[in-house]
Design a protein around this ligand. Sequence first.
Ligand code: ADP
Ligand code: MG
Length: 622
Amino acid sequence: EALQTLVETEPRAKKSVAKFSKPRSLFRSFGMLLAEQKRNWLYYFIMLISAMGAGSSSALQAYLFARLFTGFAYWGEYLRTSTNFLCLMLLVVAAGIGLSYFALGWASNTVSVRTTTIYRKEYFRNIISKRISFFDGEESSIGMLTARLATDPTQLQQLLGINMAMVFISVFNVVACVTISFYFGWKFALVVICASMPIILASGYYRVRYEVEFEARNNQVFAESAKFATEAIRATRTVASLTLEDTICSRYQKLLQDHIKKSFQAARFSSLVFAASDSMVLLCMAFALWYGGRLMASYEYYPFNFFIIYIAIIQGSMAAGQWLSFGPNIAQVSAAANRIQSMRSKEHDHDIINSSSIITEFEENPVPGAVPPYKGADIELKNIWFQYPTRDTPVLQDLSISIQHGQFAAIVGPSGSGKTTIISLLERFYEPQEGSILYNSLEIKSFPLHQYRKSLSLVAQEPYLFRGTIRDNVLLGADAATTTEDVLHQACRDAGIHAFITSLPEGYDTDVGTGGVALSGGQKQRISIARALIRDPAVLLLDEATSSLDSETEKEVQEVFEQTGKGRTMIVVAHRLATVQKADVIFVMRDGRVVETGNHGRLLRARGVYWQMCQAQTLSVP
Ligand code: ADP
Ligand code: MG
């Protein structure tokens, strides 16, 4: 609830549209993510307590060691008993530290796993429910988005997990050591703290930091060449057919060489830091010993006081520096936090953890009670102007199309004339800049988006099959739980693929491979047609859906469409004109405009563009 109120008081309703390109301030993103951690307070409390225990134990250690060392000045029974006692105490401290670290590790791990899982889930949901136009953008390439899905939540983990705990420990350690040192001798403590603590802290910090960063940079350097290699390997067919092997190899080699050079440079620098930090620490130790010796020589300090301060400050700050270096890389984490925030669409902000349904970013103006029809619909595009957000020139110019309930309509025209674009607008993948799209005389915007899309079935130009079996893929179109085997088979029969499926040794349980690689283009198309038919849609959209079929099969599928198309509105985009001869109405497109309208017979008689196209395809032209 705390989270909800936090989010609801944020006055940023409208800004969310341009969000991705306009990052909000790093600080704010950071703060918001931290605020969301409120629900993990118990774990943070445990972390704090155990960090306090682990951190301050170094002061206790300093005390015990000082007692031990000064005890060595005595002989005999006294030394034995005091050593026994002190070592036992050290054991107790060791057990305490072990326990603290265990609790710390457990709590921080829980926090980070919980958090990254939630963010990953949310991030994924956000990506998957973006508008289609989002994916046309440069900054949202598929590779980039998947990489971010993997890395951004992990970087956040740095901030919330063990790395943060290390910073806690380090701070408590310094406080405890400084306190105990002042207690046992302020003068020596002050001089040693001022003269050496910053240096030792910093050297401990940089030592580890550079090692870690060197490792990271090294990995990154090789990741680049690895990415290149992955791409090349994925495209082996293209590489082979263009005989690009030598070019690719030499480019890869060059990448590797660049990277090796860079990583050598980094190595030189980090060894330098490493060496310098080591000698600096020794220098500080020597100074402390020298000054402590002077103080003891003039009887100002007992050896016990000297030891305790020396150990607390020198050892304490060395350890603190190293712990500190495991702290989060704030710059990196902020950038990740910012990206996570910028991916959030406004609806999701309200319910990050619990929302179970996907809500898209679309503006909706639902008209109360507007429900898409179950069977057939009148569709009308009125004076549509449209251009893709990433382009400057309009693709559709003042386009008007009217299709009646139950009609079989066809859109034909040269490639690039805007046929697929019309289908995308009908699916509401994009919004036209001007004009309106009416569905049974209602603007399509007046239906809830998901309900509206459910009344349509689209078989796209490049059908995509998901990893899994043929059955899984067809059933994606329907409610898998209630669909009977008969319905499934009928849909596949209608799509002309049932016979093929049953001829496979595993039948409907055959795996299609990732993206359907194990099937031919025509087989994939027919499976996706079955997937569309099983939905029993009001409107069937086919975008060159039969183009990879041979003309025999295409004719069969065509007949099925004529059967199943009864009572539905069907819009077929086709390249092969034979496919659309029986259409009730044919729209001939050229350069984003409809140039001719009518049925096959009328268009032929008009002897216009359509007639020319038919002649080019050597159809029987009277
Ligand atoms: P058709 O389906 O008739 O072959 P399209 O509707 O796919 O034609 O494309 C029409 C025009 O729009 C083409 O010039 C194409 O380059 C452009 N186009 C298509 N999709 C996009 C997109 N996602 N972003 C930008 N331009 C696009
Ligand atoms: Mg197309």
